[in-house]
Design a protein around this ligand. Structure first.
Ligand code: SF4
Length: 343
């Protein structure tokens, strides 16, 4: 593997979290006359993230990125594959050892209201996990909660309020404070700002970046918003129908992407420069995303790929090193592939 591609495959430094060949299939029970089927939500996803790094995972709705988030934090049990946190395989741990390691791995969900129990005060929402993990003695807890609220830009007066008394942005700050209370080393951010107003989105993103600089936290940042991903991430993994199709450093992906699906996805991302936006042509893909119950044969993207050839429906491409990245396409790396999008 070329140096650039191997760097991109294995995170910038020693990985704090590694996902190896993760598979998640959901069985669907058949009826009287129909056989049982399987939803292929994830099929062989491998990635890693280093301390203080942000790895973005992007793709259309239904590509498997939220299932990946839920498997990583063990809200879902993977069908097969391994998740290593600080070298320990958390897919085979249970009980207390799992709880202790899980403390270092937190999640911030898309909808802060749904993830915060509305009957609990903010002090309990942040303080109770600390109690469960023995992270603060009883007499210290309120002080720690106040300090965490301050870290995320909220005053101590929020302690005795309830989630419904807060705005969306304030609730997401509470959700982040709650994750921080566990002193995490990795936070999975599952569309953390997509339910918020645009003006509030920037505040929450800046907060996440500041916390990363302050505490060296690694983020796995799940998003469908490429303009955001370009701004916040160090590397980006593009997913299609349960598989990674391209994994690259974000600054390299901003210059050029090599998989035809990434090309279409990036062509649709908003750009700030009006001249660049006017010069750019958006690629509109034909058809819908195929059903994950019966993914297409060969290359899963072949039913929508503008550059498909006969071989694509027969042979499944592997994720392989091409130049400075990993790409899952038979033709990536060939001169002039994929063709530049005409203006
Ligand atoms: Fe398109 Fe074929 Fe490449 Fe798949 S393998 S992305 S169908 S050109």
């Amino acid at each position: 593997m070329a140096d650039g591609a191997s760097r991109v495959a294995s995170a910038g430094g020693a990985p704090i979290l590694e996902v190896r060949e993760l598979v998640k299939h959901y069985p669907i029970r058949g009826g009287l006359f129909s056989p049982s089927q399987m939803v292929h939500a994830l099929d062989g996803v491998s990635l890693s993230v280093a301390r203080g790094e942000t790895l973005a995972v992007v793709g259309e709705s239904g590509c498997g990125k939220s299932t990946l988030a839920r498997c990583i934090i063990r809200l879902e049990q993977p069908t097969s594959g391994h998740i290593l946190l600080k070298g320990a395989d958390i897919t085979v741990l249970a009980g207390r050892p799992l709880r202790e390691l899980r403390r270092a791995l937190q999640i911030v969900f898309q909808d802060p209201y749904a993830s915060l129990n509305p009957r609990w005060s903010i002090a309990s929402l942040i303080g109770d996990p600390m109690r469960l993990h023995g992270l603060a003695a009883r007499g210290e807890r309120r002080g720690r909660v106040a300090s965490l609220l301050e870290t995320v830009g909220l005053g101590p007066e929020f302690m005795d309020r309830y989630p419904h008394e807060l705005s969306g942005g304030q609730r997401q700050r509470v959700a982040i404070a709650r994750a921080l209370a566990m002193q995490p080393e990795v936070i999975v951010c599952d569309e953390p700002v997509s339910a918020l107003d645009v003006s509030i989105q920037a505040q929450v993103i800046n907060l996440l970046k500041r916390l990363q600089r302050q505490f060296g936290i690694a983020y796995i940042f799940i998003s469908h918003d490429l303009s955001l991903v370009k701004h916040i991430s160090d590397r980006v993994a593009v997913m299609y129908l349960g598989q990674i199709v391209e994994l690259a450093e974000t600054r390299a992906a901003r210059r050029r992407v090599l998989h035809p699906y990434s090309q279409a996805l990036f062509s649709a991302a908003p750009v700030a420069d009006p001249q660049a936006a006017a010069a750019r042509k958006r690629i509109i893909l034909a058809g819908d995303v195929p059903s994950p119950i019966e993914p297409p044969s060969g290359c899963r993207f072949h039913t929508r790929c503008p550059y498909r050839q006969d071989r694509c429906a027969r042979e499944a491409p592997q994720l392989r090193a091409v130049e400075d990245r990993l790409v899952r396409c038979h033709f990536a790396g060939e001169p002039g592939f994929p063709p530049e999008v005409p203006a």
